[in-house]
Ligand binder design. Structure first.
Ligand code: XMP
Length: 325
């Protein structure tokens, strides 16, 4: 019967059999799936694994550090960090259309990952022996891509795929048979930090699709600050496991009049989008207690000077999607 320890033993044996003495690379996204997949492969083949983290600058506050410091401390994995923040800011400058943003972020992500992989394969001496790419594919992903219908057609999601010929790898997918809760149990058993294991779903394009309007560093800073407060208060209230996820959205092109102290303000609204869901295909807005909402609102408007209004999204999915873009 199912225990995370038995899954780990089984997968470690399978990975060793598949990989042999070849080199393996894995892209880390900051999310739980790629982290657990990488930790399993690390346990199986140790320093035959090299992880690559493309920092696109669109993660939430503290998440890049979680990958660069905490994940490495917990696993001892060899990690290459590519700071690609400027690449993404440049590519996104003045872009407001949601699908265009998604396509640009997906494209630049593949380019950045490709460049790092090519350096590893051709320049850094891992050479010919790099035969495998780890992917954190879960069972529901396998089912969904088989179906080829549904949410994937509404928004373009991104994954590492479509690599060029000199970077053709065989895939190692140690989570293919698992559901999300099983992946979390395996991650905990492998000693990964709770913040990584219990991270709520977060879109690949990151904060780029939670800034409604063009993306720039100032707006990212505002949203990171507001998002960190919302997360902190929801965690403090013990709501992390009741809420599927809570996108925090900056309406960067909207301003409204407010008053603070003696002065008039003309700031931006922040939208809270807490949802409950089983699988993200449908969702309902979460009935977060008013007290908690009040705390979040007070703190954001006090601590983030550019924000003078906090609003709550009370739309189910459908008709709303979970993310605003
Ligand atoms: P929507 O907005 O379509 O989101 O209701 C459904 C779920 O998918 C997440 N999401 C993404 N995840 N890459 C991802 O890995 C993406 O491009 C992406 N877009 C949305 C979203 O956070 C929600 O959990």
């Amino acid at each position: 019967d199912w225990t995370s320890a038995s899954v780990i033993d089984e997968q470690v044996a399978l990975i060793r059999a598949q990989v042999g003495s070849a080199q393996v690379i894995c892209g880390l996204s900051g999310g739980v799936d790629s982290a657990v997949a990488a930790a399993l492969v690390q346990k199986a083949v140790g320093d035959q694994l090299t992880c690559v983290f493309v920092d696109h600058g669109l993660l939430r506050s503290g998440e890049a550090e979680q990958v660069e410091r905490d994940f490495v401390a917990a696993t001892g994995v060899r990690l290459v960090v590519a700071n690609e923040r400027d690449r993404f800011l440049d590519a996104l400058a003045d872009v407001t259309d949601p699908e265009t943003k998604r396509k640009i972020i997906g494209r630049e992500f593949i380019r950045a990952f490709e460049a790092e992989a090519r350096k590893l394969v051709h320049d850094a001496g891992l050479g010919e022996e790099v035969k495998f790419l780890v992917q954190g594919t879960l069972y529901p992903d396998v089912v969904e891509s088989g179906g080829g219908e549904g949410a994937a057609n509404i928004k373009s999601h991104h994954n590492v795929g479509g690599l060029p010929d000199d970077l053709k790898f065989d895939l190692v997918e140690p989570l293919r048979a698992l559901f999300k809760d099983e992946v979390r149990a395996v991650g905990l058993e492998l000693g990964l930090p709770e913040e990584i294991v219990w991270r709520q779903p977060f879109p690949g394009p990151g904060l780029g699709i939670r800034i409604i309007g063009a993306v720039n560093q100032e707006r990212i800073d505002i949203l990171q600050a507001a998002d960190a407060i919302a997360r902190e208060e929801l965690t403090k209230a013990g709501l992390d496991r009741d809420i599927w996820q809570c996108p925090v959205v900056l309406l960067a092109d909207v301003r409204s009049v407010g008053v603070q102290g003696d002065g008039r303000t003309y700031g931006h609204p922040i939208v809270l989008r807490p949802v409950s869901s089983e699988d993200a295909m449908t969702a309902d807005w979460s009935r977060v207690p008013y007290e908690v909402l009040a705390h979040i609102s007070n703190r954001i408007t006090n601590e983030v000077p550019e924000v003078n209004r906090v609003v709550l999204d009370v739309t189910s999915k459908p008709p709303g999607t979970i993310e605003w873009e």
